[in-house]
Design a protein around this ligand. Structure first.
Ligand SMILES: C[S@@+](CC[C@H](N)C(=O)[O-])C[C@H]1O[C@@H](n2cnc3c(N)ncnc32)[C@H](O)[C@@H]1O
Length: 281
């Protein structure tokens, strides 16, 4: 029997204010990658776009820029705290053409079909990403764009290997898996589109890389440790590490010092994007 498209898996990161800040930092780092994907997919001016799993709203805000004032974005998330933040930000920025609706769009009834469906780091939380895609595509008009971006959380690495970075990457991957989400969703995105009955998608990968002298090492380390912090309840629940081992208050400092002394580089996990168009009926 196939798994249901919707329903929840545990969300390992939670939605604390610090975690929502972390999502926005992540969004800044990823903005060029996600923008390129959506542009290549054909999301552009005047379109009405549905964003799945908006979190703090960053993907919806990027889409808003692409569709311009004559377009419209509907962001969705099942978490009320996330949407509260997204709505506050939209109001502070004076965005009138972005609206947020709480719920899983697999289950939501939304007005009129959209010109495009988009999402980042969200299919990984569906028990069956292909079934979710099939259901989500119902919201798209024939000929409309479907574009998603996911990461392969096993793919981040340092060279020469940095034990604190490597341990952090490993713990985050295992916490995501422990909570039942798909930590390597990037690798499964292309077949998920096909299993959803969609036309063969285009596929591309992006990766970030940084050297030990880069000024951004420090903010990046702080950002990664905030991720570890957000996941600590899940890490402890599954016995993946103890608080004593983690020593979160000094983790970033120790990681930065070791990385700078090690003279190497750091690579982000690969981010894979797939896009296609819904067939004409
Ligand atoms: C990792 S965050 C990504 C947020 C945003 N897309 C970004 O890239 O900045 C994933 C978000 O998807 C939401 N989410 C997970 N499963 C969902 C579902 N079935 N329906 C709606 N939202 C969901 C979570 O609550 C969370 O806010």
């Amino acid at each position: 029997m196939s798994e249901p498209a919707g329903k929840t898996r545990e969300y390992a990161l939670g939605h604390s204010p610090q975690e929502l800040d972390r999502l926005s930092t992540q969004a800044k780092l990823l903005e060029p990658f996600t923008r390129r994907l959506f542009e290549r997919a054909g999301i552009g001016r005047g379109m009405r776009v549905l964003d799945v799993g908006s979190g703090a709203g960053d993907v919806a805000f990027l889409l808003r820029e692409l569709v311009g004032p004559e377009g419209k974005v509907v962001g969705t998330d099942r978490a009320a705290q996330a949407l509260e933040r997204a709505r506050e930000r939209a109001a502070a920025l004076g965005y009138s053409n972005v609206e947020f609706v709480q719920g899983d769009p697999v289950e939501l009834t939304l007005d009129a079909p959209f010109d495009a469906l988009a999402g980042r780091f969200v299919l990984m939380y569906y028990p069956s990403p292909s079934e979710a895609l099939r259901q989500l595509a119902r919201h798209v008009r024939p000929g409309g764009v479907i574009a998603f971006q996911e990461s392969d959380n096993s793919g981040a690495r340092t060279y020469p290997p940095q034990p604190l970075f490597e341990r952090l990457f490993e713990l985050m991957q295992r916490a995501i898996e422990g909570s039942g989400a798909e930590s390597r969703m990037a690798l499964k995105l292309y077949p998920a589109f096909i299993a959803a009955g969609l036309p063969t998608p285009s596929i591309e990968a992006e990766v970030g890389v940084m050297g030990y002298q880069d000024a951004f090492v420090e903010p990046l380390a702080n950002f990664l440790v905030q991720g570890l912090r957000s996941m600590t309840p899940v890490i402890l629940k599954y016995g993946l590490a103890s608080e004593q081992e983690l020593e979160l208050d000094t983790y970033a400092r120790r990681m930065i010092d070791a990385f700078r002394a090690g003279g190497g580089i750091l690579m982000s996990p690969p981010f894979i994007g797939c896009w296609t168009r819904k067939p004409d009926e």
